[in-house]
Design a protein around this ligand. Structure first.
Ligand SMILES: O=C(O)c1ccccc1N[C@@H]1O[C@H](COP(=O)(O)O)[C@@H](O)[C@H]1O
Length: 250
């Protein structure tokens, strides 16, 4: 036999429709700012709708726990339990009790945000113990990380990324706060820069507004982007989840 071997196929971009929960309701925020909520009703109904539409993943956020304004723990545990699909759970997972409770919901993985910035030794222990079940949410303004519902400064993106890489972090969920909830398109330059700085998979979050944005994110799969979180665009009906899934399956 001769000739060039076939190139390994490029994996499909994973899509993670989001359900963010505040005060028991599904909401979307603009720039993650508390008080900017638009309500979308029952979070369980929203999650079931994404599942019925063919989602493989649900990105489920307890915003009250992230902001420190209470929590929706029982509600998000019930939603996770009701799902037949993979669930990425985040918001307020910052200590042994909240991590144990989050993992016990049966979610596929959890995102740690604030904990990776404020209690790095605890986060490193969680990474070492639970491996692939832990992702770190890198929520950035410019290249400065933000924690506590994006209200506090948490240090430099690149230094933190290098530390987390060295600690064996399996995956990053990268959110450009300036884009989140704005329907202004993703920050492709940020995603490329993060992918260039780490060999771990990256889930893109913030700004998706169109199928063209999804195609642009999908073009970064070869450099390390694994998935894209879609929030406002779905709730605002810019496109359907079925259309989005068809777009990335091409
Ligand atoms: O998802 C949002 O819109 C959001 C807005 C404001 C704050 C946090 C938000 N989401 C996610 O919350 C977790 C971080 O929670 P914690 O810091 O670990 O308590 C992270 O996934 C954020 O992206």
């Amino acid at each position: 036999m001769s000739g060039t071997p076939p190139s390994p196929s490029v994996p499909r971009l994973e899509l993670l429709p989001a359900v963010d929960v505040r005060d028991g309701q599904a909401v979307r925020l603009v720039h993650g700012e508390s008080g900017s909520e638009t309500g979308y009703g029952s979070p369980l109904e929203a999650a079931l709708a994404w599942q019925r539409a063919g989602a493989e993943w649900l990105h489920l956020v307890d915003l009250d726990a992230a902001f420190g304004t209470g929590d929706n723990r029982d509600l998000v545990a019930g939603i996770t339990d009701a799902m037949d699909i993979k669930v990425e759970l985040s918001g307020g997972i910052r200590d042994d009790a909240s991590l144990t409770a989050a993992l016990a919901t049966g979610c596929t993985r959890v995102n740690l945000g604030t904990a990776a910035l404020e209690t790095p030794e605890w986060a490193a222990k969680a990474i070492a113990e639970y491996g692939d079940r832990i992702a770190i949410g890198l929520d950035v303004r410019g290249t400065t990380l933000r924690g506590r519902g994006w209200t506090s400064e948490g240090g430099d993106l690149w230094e933190t990324l290098a530390r987390l890489d060295a600690e064996g972090c399996a995956r990053y969920v990268v959110t450009d706060i300036a884009k989140d909830g704005t329907l202004q398109g993703p920050n492709l330059e940020l995603l490329k820069s993060v992918c260039a700085a780490t060999d771990r998979p990256v889930v893109a979050s913030g700004g998706v507004s169109s199928l063209a944005d999804l195609r642009a994110i999908a073009s970064l799969v070869p450099v390390g982007v694994e998935g894209a979180i879609i929030g406002k665009a779905l709730y605002a009906k810019a496109f359907t989840l079925e259309e989005a899934l068809a777009e990335v399956a091409r």
